[in-house]
Design a protein around this ligand. Sequence first.
Ligand SMILES: Cc1cc2nc3c(=O)[nH]c(=O)nc-3n(C[C@H](O)[C@H](O)[C@H](O)COP(=O)(O)O)c2cc1C
Length: 287
Amino acid sequence: MADSFVNSPMRDNWYQRSSFYGASFALITTVSESGQTNIGPYQLSAPFEVIDRRSWMIISRPTSNTATNVKRTLKCAMNFVEYDEERIKTVLEFGYPGQTTEEKMKYNTFDLIDSPTPGRESNDIYPKIIKDAYQVYECTLDVERINENPILRDSLSAHLLLNIDNILLKESWAGMLDGSGDKMPNIPLTYGFRGASTFWFGDSKPAYKLPIPERGPKVEIVMYEANRLDDEVRFTQEACEQLVGIPPAFIVTVLEGIVKVAKERDVIEIDEAFVIQVNKEREEAGY
Ligand SMILES: Cc1cc2nc3c(=O)[nH]c(=O)nc-3n(C[C@H](O)[C@H](O)[C@H](O)COP(=O)(O)O)c2cc1C
C-alpha cells in the first residue's frame, strides 16, 4: 500500500519529537566549579567552519553542567568513543539532566587521563580527557564571535561556538586518515529520546569503501580547485570550462602552471581568452 507523506508539527526539540534524526555524539569533558572533570553526551554537535579554520558548534540546554562550565573556563574537550554496549548505559545515565558532577562521577566507567598537550594538563580550567577515545578535539569557546552574532548570543539554547585548538588522534587511526587501511572507527549512533521513556542507540555496521566514480572533472570541481590556489588570482567559469577534459591527476599541476603565468603578467582574473592563450603558448613551446 502507498505510504503518503504527512506534515509533522513544530514542537520544541523538533529534531527528535517531530522527526527522526540519527547521528553520533561526543562526550564533552569540562571542569566543574569544584575542580572535577564533568562528562556530558551531546548529539547536536557538528563541524561549523571547515575551510581555513577549525570550529565546532554545540547546541545544549542552557543550564547544563557543560554549558555552565565552558562559559566559565572557556575550555572543553570533545571525546569521541567507539561503540561499546556496556558503556552506552553509562552514556545514557550521563545524559539524565539535573545531576551534579559529583553524582555523575560516582558511576563513571570511563578512565580519565591528563591531556598529552603541553600546558593542557588538567587543572581548574582544563578538563581530563577520556583514555579510550579514538580522537579528542581540544577546544576554546569563542565568546567574542558569539557576542557579535545575535542568533548565537540571544539563542534560547546555548549555542556554543568553539574553536578547535588541537585534534588528538590515537596513533593507530592517524595512520589511516587517508583511507589506506581497511578499518574505520566503530562509531556509535543515537536516535534520541522517543516517546516518554526511551532513548535509542545503535552501532553502525563495519564501514566499507567504494572507489570514487571516474567521470572526469566537472566545471564546479575545476573552479573549486582553481580558486583556492592563490589569494588574489581568480578563474572565471568560462576559463574553467576550457579545462574540464584534463584528467583529475593532472588538474592541480595545470592550474598551478596557469596561476604562475598570470602572476608573472600581473593578471588577477583568468578568463577564457587567457587560458586559450597559455595553452597555445605551451603547445608552441612543445609541452
Ligand atoms: C546520546 C545523548 C545525546 C545527547 N545530546 C544532547 C544535545 O545535543 N544537546 C543537549 O542539550 N542535550 C543532549 N543530551 C542530553 C544531555 O546529555 C543532558 O542535558 C545532560 O544533563 C548533559 O550533561 P551535563 O549537564 O553534565 O552537561 C543528550 C543525551 C544523550 C544520552
